[in-house]
Design a protein around this ligand. Structure first.
Ligand SMILES: [Zn+2]
Length: 255
């Protein structure tokens, strides 16, 4: 580990760090902006991605990203996809907000500034997945679609799947309009005076449970990206906000 890397912090799912076949995390602001679509210098973004991949034991050639459009399309990533979206937006998997793979040596990456990172692992079968769930993706039930994709692709039982809901905007800060609120069940909406607040983490938790994942196998963090300066937040910083990368992959070296 280099001295630069030591200064950098990744949020990881508590309890998932012992699995030596698995590599995962969500970057903090210490890694800088990792997305190519926010007007940042592309060469700098690519340099940061190279550092992040190396920190995790991967190379940029292993990186695969989708072109996220707040929808619910999920792609099964194979070796032929390696490098897609790693250095430019043109090669990113089109219109894709969810990625799954069983292939070691692939680093799946999605980008966030307040939206919910959803992580999935199947330790018995060594399968991983990641999804980007903003309010649109959550309203579209991308969490359940990830579960459905995993179970159908890999012929899994629901009890084999573990899920995690990572740092994202909390109910404390996520004021929404009625048009958005009315697309969600009452239990994830809180009214404070005239204002309406949405609990996106809880919405995803309920969807995962409804999709057949036992509550004991779901980790849901309480960290709010808008409250915590360790994370980028679109709500806090507007268009200036950088993007964090959530990554997940199966470690090739230890197979
Ligand atoms: Zn907050």
């Amino acid at each position: 580990m280099s001295s630069v890397a030591e200064m950098r912090e990744l949020w990881q799912v508590p309890g998932w760090t012992e699995d030596d076949w698995l590599c995962h995390g969500l970057t903090t602001t210490s890694w800088g902006n990792l997305a190519l679509h926010v007007g940042d210098d592309a060469n700098q973004v690519i340099a940061r991605r190279i550092q992040l991949a190396a920190f995790l034991g991967f190379s940029l050639d292993d990186w695969v990203s989708g072109n996220q459009i707040h929808d619910t399309k999920i792609v099964q990533v194979g070796l032929a996809h390696k490098g897609r979206g790693a250095e430019d937006l043109d090669t990113a998997l089109p219109g894709t907000d969810g990625l799954v793979t069983h292939e070691p040596g692939i680093l799946l990456a999605c980008f966030y500034a307040d939206c919910v990172p959803l992580f999935f692992i199947v330790p018995e079968r060594r399968v991983v997945g990641i999804a980007h769930a903003g309010w649109r993706g959550t309203a579209g039930n991308i969490a359940a679609k990830m579960v459905e994709k995993l179970t159908s692709l890999y012929d899994l039982d629901h009890s084999q799947i573990y899920a995690a809901i990572g740092p994202s905007i909390g109910k404390c800060c996520y004021r929404v309009g009625w048009q958005v609120a009315q697309q969600f069940p009452e239990e994830v909406i809180e009214q404070r005076g005239e204002a309406v607040y949405l609990d996106l983490k809880l919405a995803n938790l309920l969807q995962l449970e409804a999709a057949g994942i036992d509550r004991k196998r779901i980790l849901c963090t309480s960290i709010c990206t808008c409250c915590s300066k360790q994370f980028f937040s679109y709500r806090r910083s507007g268009n200036e906000a950088g993007r964090m990368a959530a990554v997940i992959g199966i470690n090739q070296r230890r197979m």
